[in-house]
Design a protein around this ligand. Sequence first.
Ligand code: F6P
Length: 508
Amino acid sequence: MTLTREEAWKKVALHPDPTLTELFAEDMERVDKLATRLELRLDDAPAGILFDWSKTHLTDDLLTDFEKLAQAAKFDEMRDALFAGEVVNPTEGRAAEHSALRGVGKDSSVEEAEALRERMRLLTNAMHEGAFGEIRHLIHVGIGGSALGPALAVDALARDLPLVDVHVVSNIDGVALEEAFEACDPATTFIAVASKTFTTTETMVNAQSALKWLVDNGVSDATGRVIALTAAPEKAVEWGIDETRILPFAESVGGRYSLWSSIGFPIAIAVGWDDFQAMLDGAAAVDRHFRDNSGRENLPLRAAFADLYYSRLRGSQTRAVFAYDERLRLMPDYLQQLEMESNGKSVTVDGSPSGPTAPITWGGVGTDAQHAVFQLLHQGTHLVPVDFIASIEAGDTLDSAHHTILLMNCFAQGAALMAGKTSDDPHRSYPGDRPSATILVDDLDAATFGALVAFYEHRTFANAVLLDINPFDQFGVELGKEIAKKIEKGGERFDASTEALLKAAGVG
Ligand code: F6P
C-alpha cells in the first residue's frame, strides 16, 4: 500500500532513538549494510569511493520507512524526470540538465552538450599548443556558480605545475582583482568572463577592469584576449567578444551545477583536457548509480534519508563538512552554495509552508578544524551531523607520517563523536552519540573528484524531492540585488538605518 507523504512522515517520526553504540551492539552487520563502496571504474585502474553511513542513526526499519516516504514523494519518477530532461524547475519552467554535460541524460541534450564540449576542447588544446601565443595566466572572473566550482576544482586538481596558472576572481571588492593582477604578467594573461546570464554586476564590472588592465599595460588587441563562458552568447558578442572565443552552454544548466559546462574552462586550461574529461566521467559513474538504483541502495538518497532524520526529527539546524585533505579546502564554500542556494526554501512546490528545509552547511579542513571548532561538536549543545571526507592515497610526497596522522585523526574524530566519554567531572564529560558519515576516496584524482561533487549534487536533489521543494530556483537572492540597483540609481528613500549608513559612507 502506498502511503501519503504525511502518513509516511508520521511513520518515520515514530521510531525510537537508540544510541549509536546500542545500534552497533545490536547489529553485527551494521558496517556491511551501511558502508558501501561505489566502483567508478572496473578497468585495470580501479577507482572507488566508500560511503560509510554506519555512524548515523539509520537502521533497517528506519530505512524501510524512509523508502516509503520516497515512494510517497514519487522519488523514482522525479529522478527519472530529471534525467529525461523534463521540467523539474516548475517556477521557471526549466529542465535541469547538468548530467547531460557528463553524457547521461536526454539523447538530444547529450548530443548538444557533446558538440559544445568539442568546441571547448579545440579551443583549450589550441591555447595549450600556442595558437594564441604564450599563455601563462588566466584570470577567470565569475561569481556564485560561475566561480565556486572552477575555484574548487582548480585548487583540488591543479596543485603541481598547472599548465596555465589560474586565478578565480569573484568579489566586486577590487582588492580581489588587484591580487590577481599582482600575480599575473599582462603580456601572457588571458581573461575568461564566466556568467550564465552575462549580466551579473560583479562579473561585468570585474571583466571591464580586467580588460582595462590589459589595455593600460600595453596589450594590443586586448579584447582578443577575452574568452566568454555563457548561456547568453549574444550578450557576449554585444560586449565585444568575437564569436570564435565564446564557449556557450545550454540554458537548462543551472548556475550552481555549471562547472561541467564551459564554465569549467579554467579547469581544463589548468589540468589539461584528459583530466577534465576524467572529471566528467567520474561524475557520470555517479549519475548512472543514482539513475539505476532505488531506496537505500541509492547512495545519495540514503544520505538524504539521514539528512532529513537529523534536520526534521532531531532538530539539527546545521550540518558540517570537514575535508581531511588540504586539496578540498574549498569544498565547504562550494557545498554552501550547492545546498543552501538549492534547498534554502520555505515553501513546497505548490507554494504552501514547508517546515524545516536545508540545514546550514558549514565546515573546514581537518586537522585545522579540530583545534578551532570541534570543541562545540564534542561538548556543545547543538547536534551537528558531520561529513568527513578523506583520501586513502596521500596528496603529498613527504614521508607517509603526514598522511597517516591525517587519516588517523579523521577516523578518531568520528569514533570520539560517537563514543563520548563519561567522567565524574561534568566539564570533562562528552555526551557522545553524535553522528558522522565518512566518505573515503581511494585516491583523489580528477575522476574521484568529479564523482564526489556529483554525489553531493544528487544528494541535494534527493533532499529536495523528499521535502517537496524546488531546488532549482533562487528567487531569494533577487531582492538584495534590486535594492542595490535602486541605491545606485538614486532618488529613492529607504529605512532610517539604511539611509544613515549610506550617508555615513557617502554612497548612493
Ligand atoms: O546570485 C545568484 C546567482 O544567480 C547564482 O545562482 C549564480 O551562480 C550566480 O548568481 C552568477 O550568475 P551568472 O552566472 O549569471 O553571472
